[in-house]
Design a protein around this ligand. Structure first.
Ligand code: ADP
Ligand code: MG
Length: 465
């Protein structure tokens, strides 16, 4: 399948669409499959001997990748009569548009950057987050060994440390480092196939493949092809598989199949292998076979650097004081540190205020003697803001104001109090899937809706006052 021209790709995609129309419901096909086009040879994301499909519908791309990628791949293969790897990616159509309002350029830049980052995350070249590269990883004492090992693996996949096992507590860069290996290999060895998956996804797909007995042989084959027909397998969060007999057995055989054909495997886990009490010894010994590296919590200096690097990337000027304050306050989890930075920088940009340590404290609700926030306070403030009562919010009323107040209150309860969806469900008299849906919807709308951003920030401030 070499040397295909754009016209060939266009024809292949046209035919594949005909097949997919029968397989994908119209409600998905029309809005999300129809706008897709193949990448052209002169476009930056064009990849030789791949069919790179692009669309400017970010949600559609994410959805299709999750639900219908194997159908799309099968349709392409059917048209071609052989395997032509497909990548479906999101390419924004208007990112270069100039800001309309000139008064606050920084505000525009920060939000655009954030939007692009967010949307880029949905891109799924091998399900990798585009942000998680070696260039964006700040190396400190805590990560030097792991970083070097990851670099070496990416320079000689399957030849150096196999498997590479990365362990370390939550939120300190395991996934980032693991995906950086994937990015680097894709860049340096474009012919290699890289697969990233979390153990949970692996388990779910395995269960799904075993479900229907009649179809299971075919489905199992598809499942195995997915994980064994690769050159590099990045399997994340494998602590999830511990004690799940069927999953661990499948990981074991996948490992053996890949290892014996010289393919690279990288595992990551939130826990050390010594704590895998329910994992069979034969799998544990595979995990330990190559090199095991431990990521530690970054020290203060590295945490400050992480913030500063993040700020440069999002085009935001942060003072040393504020970076140090954040690094001091969030000292054991980089994800939380980044979350805090995102919050204070976005707030300061939107409000057009200078970000001082005091302002950061206030935004994060860390002011000394600040009052205790409860769901009741959140509901009351949201009610007042939208002109409805707390009782209305907790009722089944579907009037526009009540719905807006309820959705914002749900979002803020989750964001500020970090409560679980079932617990929020109990407060709002709704089941947890409704709460989850409502939260996710608002979160997604926030990316593009400026009025909503202001509302949510105003309300958060009122709640914290
Ligand atoms: P883990 O997989 O260990 O739970 P992640 O890899 O998801 O953690 O990291 C959480 C967040 O922190 C990510 O956004 C990641 O980019 C960032 N991060 C972690 N360590 C670093 C680092 N050393 N340099 C830059 N960013 C980092
Ligand atoms: Mg992770």
């Amino acid at each position: 399948m070499t040397g295909l021209s754009y016209e060939n790709y266009e024809k292949i995609w046209e035919e594949a669409k005909g097949i997919l129309k029968e397989k994908i419901p119209n409600s998905t096909f029309e809005p999300w499959v129809l706008p897709i086009t193949p990448a052209k040879e002169n476009e930056e994301y064009f990849k030789k001997d791949h069919l790179v499909l692009k669309s400017d519908q970010s949600f559609g791309v994410s959805f299709l990748n999750q639900k219908y990628l194997s159908e799309i791949q099968s349709a392409i293969n059917l048209v071609c009569g052989e395997n032509l790897p497909v990548n479906l990616i999101f390419v924004p159509s208007n990112v270069k548009k100039a800001p309309k309002k000139k008064e606050k350029p920084s505000e525009h830049i920060v939000l655009m950057k954030e939007q692009i980052d967010n949307l880029k995350q949905m891109q799924s070249f091998c399900a990798l987050n585009l942000k998680y590269t070696f260039e964006n990883f700040v190396v400190g004492e805590n990560s030097l060994v792991a970083y070097n090992a990851a670099k070496q693996v990416s320079e000689a996949p399957g030849q150096k440390f196999n498997p590479l096992f990365i362990s370390g507590s939550v939120g300190i860069g395991k996934t980032h480092l693991m995906q950086a290996i994937g990015h680097s290999i894709l860049k340096n060895f474009p012919d290699l196939r890289v697969k990233y998956a979390k153990a949970e996804e692996f388990t779910n797909q395995l269960v799904e493949s075993c479900l229907n007995r009649q179809e299971s042989t075919q489905k199992m084959k598809k499942f195995r092809d997915k994980y064994r027909n690769v050159d590099v397998l990045l399997l994340d969060d494998i602590q999830f598989a511990e004690g799940k007999k069927r999953t661990e057995e499948e990981i074991f055989h996948t490992f053996d199949a890949l290892f014996h054909s010289g393919k690279q495997i990288v595992f990551a886990s939130d826990r050390p292998i010594s704590s895998f009490k329910n994992t069979p010894d034969r799998l544990k010994s595979r995990y330990e076979w190559g090199l095991m590296v431990d990521l530690l919590v970054p020290d203060f200096k590295t945490r400050v650097e992480i913030i500063e690097k993040h700020a440069v990337r999002s085009n935001f000027e942060i003072s040393k004081d504020v970076a140090e304050f954040l690094a001091q306050t969030f000292d054991n989890n980089v994800r939380e540190l980044e979350g805090a930075y995102n919050k204070v920088s976005a707030y300061a940009s939107i409000k057009g205020i200078e970000l001082t340590v005091d302002a950061a404290k206030e935004i994060l609700g860390l002011k000394d003697g600040s009052k205790k926030i409860t769901p009741d306070i959140i509901i009351e403030k949201c009610g007042e803001y939208f002109g409805v009562s707390s009782k209305d919010i907790l009722s089944t009323s579907r009037s526009k104001e009540v719905k807006n107040a309820r959705q914002t209150a749900i979002y803020l309860t989750r964001e500020i109090l970090d409560m679980s969806f079932p617990s929020i469900g109990e407060i709002f008299n709704k089941n947890h899937t409704t709460i989850l849906y409502s939260y996710e919807k608002l979160k997604k709308d926030l990316i593009t809706d400026r009025t909503l951003q202001t509302t949510v920030f105003e309300l958060e401030k009122l709640v914290r006052q």
